[in-house]
Design a binder for this molecule. Sequence first.
Ligand code: 5AD
Ligand code: SF4
Length: 537
Amino acid sequence: MKKIYLETFGCQMNVLDSELVETQLRALGYSFTPALDDADVVLYNTCSVRQRSEQKVWSRLGILKIRKAEDPALVVGVIGCMAERDGAGLMKRMPHVDLMCGPSELDQLPALLENHLKTGKQQHALAGNNSRRTKTLDHAREDPDDGLEALDLARSFSPYEQRFQAYVRIVRGCNKFCTYCVVPYTRGAEVSRSPQVILEEARKLTDAGCLEITLLGQTVNHYAYAHDTQASTSTGPAKQRTTFAELLGLLHEGLPHLPRLRFLTNFPADFGDDILQVMRDSPRICRYLHIPAQSGSDRILQMMNRGYTRDSYLELVGRARRIVPHIQLVGDFIVGFPTETDADYALSRSLAEQVRYKNAFIFKYSPRPGTVGIKRYVDDVPEEIKRFRNNDLLRLQNHISHELNRELLGQVVEVLCDGPSGWGGTNAPSDKDSLIAGSAHQSPVELGATLAAGLSRAGSGMRLDRHGQPYVAPQVTAQRPPDWVQLSGRTTFDQIVVFDGPPALTGRILPVRIREALGMTIFADLAEASDACRTGG
Ligand code: 5AD
Ligand code: SF4
């Protein structure tokens, strides 16, 4: 049977889509290989949020063109947002692409592949326009056996796969139409999945040994599922709605053995106290809120069509901190939006200073074809200014993150051990520490930027940490037993912690005592279970 190489770009939603596509194709007998050269079928699951994400795929497709000329039997497929956004352009520029499948049509991918293998002809399944897509999604809502819903439902749950973390989709698509964003055009209208189906999926994951579930949606707080119930009272049929707060409560209660429940991403408007109260009252819901501001300037927020102001955003931040003690906030910013002045940028900077995010992802504005932004506004902020603002905000955020991490020194926190860490061998940061900005955890779409200042100075030969500061090796405490390796784990606030221990601790939740916070990396030692203290959900 054919071997598939599948590479995923972009957000957690794409990671989940790739997992579901893989499940579906494995069930049909295909196997997967991590080696591109070994594959009979190459699939790229693509992202269109910024031009840079698309460029990576263009260049990979360019290379495959040469290989395909030598090996015409090779099958090349582009799935996800880029296929949906620019199917026609892709076919024209890259005629060697055999398959194209939009994110709303992924249930059709096996049929496309089979058809191509039978006929040798190019195959595509793209929603094409909003009306058809909306119809497809409306259908998905009414009929749980609809293809798209079936894609999520077809997920496999093997206790032997040893997965400790999983994503579960709760809302598809987005209705917000922020002027810079391509997502409503590629993923279509917002549709909430039924709470029963979500609970069932999460329960199967938990039964298979999963310890952390992240609920996914572009705007999870807009989750609203309308049940058509036939009330047997004289008042006639009653329409009952499940809100996001209710869904969280239902999952917390219905999954008593799940230690960690998280959710991504929140929209800063329409965020009720009910959600915060459920977070406060549910000890296994992580006290972690990813809530992108995008800008601190009301004028820019209005041009972005975000529907809130700096003050109302800050009001939400205050409310979240008041209702949910110890909550940690994570943000996104776009710098260099059309017409952004130094004064507008200064407002974003001061917002980051005021909020003190645990972490923030910072992106340079990228005009996207098809959006209102590209039609309405000229991309008039010069690249050097975008880059300067990007690096400046990154430096500020890294400084804040470092300060927040240092507050943890000496504390015992619980981490979910992900396995051997990527640092290599010893409990000290490698040079990678100076190359990655923000957090070792992947951003909502991808790591927003590398810390260019760190990068260029890292080239000078001096070893630097992520802030571009001279690297100081952390003290390595007691001699470690020979079978111990360096492990990494995540706190409930999604901070990466590196510690030494036996590999068998992988997939366990353990107490560790924080010893050192260098740049964005936290170093710790295993602690006794009795030392554990709760620092949040
Ligand atoms: N340019 C730059 N950043 C963007 N994002 C979305 N669209 C664009 C764009 N056109 C960023 C936003 C969003 C994150 C997922 O990606 O900050 O929150
Ligand atoms: Fe894009 Fe998020 Fe705005 Fe939706 S809410 S349009 S996904 S930035």
